[in-house]
Design a protein around this ligand. Structure first.
Ligand code: GLU
Length: 610
């Protein structure tokens, strides 16, 4: 079936720069007064924060109609698949960390995309030269697409922990897809960023671009009846409509026969995925990572993500210094160095733990962290620093000489958080990897396919370097996603997460120490300027950070080096991350926090605002 779409150019209204179209189009008649797009919301009864207003609203309505945090998280994620189709949706994957109030347990679901059974370590090597493909050639192809894990995650989470059915949780998204939503300036920016990719595939041109292949105008209304139909079929038949069903067949066909536009000059390589690969997919329950940071219990995502082990190791390193008693410059210096060292270990040791042993215990052992902390003096270390040896006995202050593996990770994803009145919490990062993923929309199905397989290393740093992150049959590429839940004395204290590829880890770390060590409120911690050191000579820094006296002192006194964060296309690329979180305040109140400025700002809502 060909993709059918309707694009209604709504009444053109003036949009002030930075004002969201969702705000502009929302009228008091349509929503109760509390449905306003805002970055912070405080109140009771439950809370949601996500990157987008319609999605947060879907979550709150699910909570209001008797759903719990797990149900609402699925409503938010599936609605993001409609309104943020370039960074979310059924064609992607992600990681869900859940706190269950009843059993006081933290559980996780690994819904990461999986490589086809025919994958080999040579997946991204050019057969003609034996050399790694250029990143964009790898990305804009069927080779980059992994079996999507999103719907399997939703299904598993709802069956195990929800109060409603998957079908009922998909209803808000179906409605938005059917009725349409207002195209925001941020949506248009994403189209500009991925324009060449969207233009390459007939199905993507038809769904997301104007007739002459250009970005949609801000303020127009985009309907997606194909996606409304796809979600309705999943609602009716369950996840088996995708895994082992007709939708899975369509996905495999789009991967092996990408619908390339006749005018494209790109060499689009077909992928290896079969319908059987799709049928074989399983979302996996895994033990969360855990570290104790200043008396708080910090839970995160284990491999196949490197999020939990890397934030955990960095926090263990930081535990050795009293950041709140140090000058802000010294404390920030320690943050940068802890992150630098933790990234060296991440790149050397973390991959899909179902494929090779990952020393999770060692990486999270405070005694191992001590062997990394001891390397930090008064001046910035020289990157790339070598990985440590996370195998007991750890030695005193050892270094090794292993070469660092090259890393590429995208920078656009989304993170959503939900808390309900029963005390359950969900922290969920999900993605299709780059903006617009592989660029391939499944014809007639209304969603884009991921390019998550490019999170594998294309080749080891040297032929003899051990690389835990090479492609293999059925393997999941290493992620940086770091959905995090923090407990204090056994009860939720706060939760957070962010997109941003490998900068996810530093955004979570920096926001966490802003809140815990520097005493900022969660909204302040999240809004503060960001800087990200990932074992590179220069740390990426937002312009707002570079202009601070703090940056000057870190350079002159501590020898830190910074590079202004820039992106390939847009001014918005100068931002790092797009975080959301919830702070659990005294008296059973929630403070939901989204970005006030970055990427057009996110949306925080509570059930009963105060
Ligand atoms: N693919 C990235 C990862 O798994 C996330 C995508 C992003 O945030 O850009 O770490």
């Amino acid at each position: 079936m060909q993709a059918r779409y309707v694009l209604r150019i709504g009444a053109v209204f003036a949009l002030a720069a930075g004002t969201s179209a969702a705000t502009a189009s929302a009228t008091p008649a349509q929503h109760p007064p509390n449905y306003v797009k805002q970055a912070t919301a405080t109140g009771t009864g439950g809370a949601v924060a996500s990157a987008e207003f319609n999605a947060s609203k879907a979550g709150i309505e699910t909570l209001r109609s008797g759903g719990n945090a797990i149900d609402a998280a699925v409503a938010v994620a599936s609605t993001l698949g409609v309104t943020e189709p370039f960074v979310a949706g059924a064609g992607g994957g992600g990681y869900m960390v859940i706190y269950l109030a009843k059993t006081k347990q933290v559980v996780t679901i690994d819904g990461r995309e999986m490589c086809a059974a025919a994958c080999t370590p040579n997946l991204f090597l050019d057969p003609a030269t034996g050399k790694p493909l250029a990143f964009e050639d790898a990305r804009r192809s069927g080779l980059s697409v992994g079996v999507p894990g999103m719907v399997a995650t939703w299904d598993k989470a709802v069956k195990a922990y929800g109060r409603k059915s998957l079908g009922s949780n998909l209803k808000p998204a179906i409605e938005v897809a059917d009725h349409g939503f207002t195209v925001t300036p941020n949506f248009v920016d994403q189209e500009k960023e991925a324009l060449a990719d969207l233009q390459t595939f007939t199905s993507s041109r038809k769904l997301f671009l104007t007739k002459d292949g250009q970005p949609l105008p801000a303020g127009s209304t985009l309907r997606n009846p194909d996606l409304a139909h796809t979600y309705s079929e999943i609602a009716k038949h369950g996840a088996s409509y995708l895994y082992g069903g007709p939708l899975g067949n369509d996905i495999a066909r789009a991967v092996t026969h990408p619908p390339v536009w006749s005018g494209s000059t790109f060499n689009v390589r077909p992928g290896l995925m079969t319908a059987q690969d799709v049928a074989n997919y399983v979302a996996k329950t895994r033990q969360p990572t855990h570290v104790n940071y200043r008396g708080l219990d910090v839970y995160g995502m284990p491999p196949s993500s490197s999020g939990g082990t890397t934030t955990g190791e960095a926090l263990n390193i930081l535990n050795g210094w009293n950041l709140s008693g140090e000058s802000r410059a010294e404390a920030t210096f320690h943050y940068l160095e802890a992150s630098r060292l933790a990234f060296a270990d991440r790149n050397a040791y973390v991959g899909d733990s179902d494929y090779q042993p990952v020393p999770v215990q060692g990486l999270l052992d405070p005694a191992f962290a001590a062997t990394r902390r001891c390397l930090v003096g008064n001046k910035a270390l020289t990157s790339p620093v070598a990985p440590g040896i996370p195998f007991a006995p750890y030695g005193t202050c050892p270094t090794s000489k292993t070469a660092a593996n090259p890393v590429h990770e995208g920078t656009q994803t989304n993170h959503l958080v939900v808390a309900d009145k029963w005390g359950n919490v969900v922290s969920y990062t999900n993605t299709i990897e780059q903006v617009a993923g592989s660029g391939i929309t499944v014809p007639g199905r209304g969603f884009l396919l991921n390019n998550e397989m490019t999170d594998f290393d294309f080749a080891p740093a040297t032929p003899s370097t051990y690389d835990p992150n090479l492609p293999a049959p059925g393997k999941r590429p290493r992620s940086s996603m770091s959905p995090t839940i923090v407990l204090k004395a056994g009860a939720p204290d706060f939760t957070l997460g962010s997109p941003g590829g490998a900068t996810i880890i530093t955004t979570v770390l920096q926001t966490l120490i802003n809140h815990v060590d520097f005493g900022m409120s969660l909204p302040q911690a999240l809004a503060a300027p960001r800087v990200s050191q990932r074992n590179n000579a220069k740390a990426d820094a937002e312009p707002a950070f570079l202009s601070t006296d703090l940056a000057k002192v870190l350079t002159s006194q501590y020898g830190e080096q910074f590079a202004a964060k820039t992106g390939p296309v847009l001014p918005a690329d100068s931002f790092i991350g797009n975080a959301t979180g919830i702070d659990f305040l005294p008296g059973g109140r929630f403070q939901a926090a989204a970005e006030p400025v970055r990427s057009g700002g996110g949306s925080a809502l509570v059930v009963n605002p105060q």
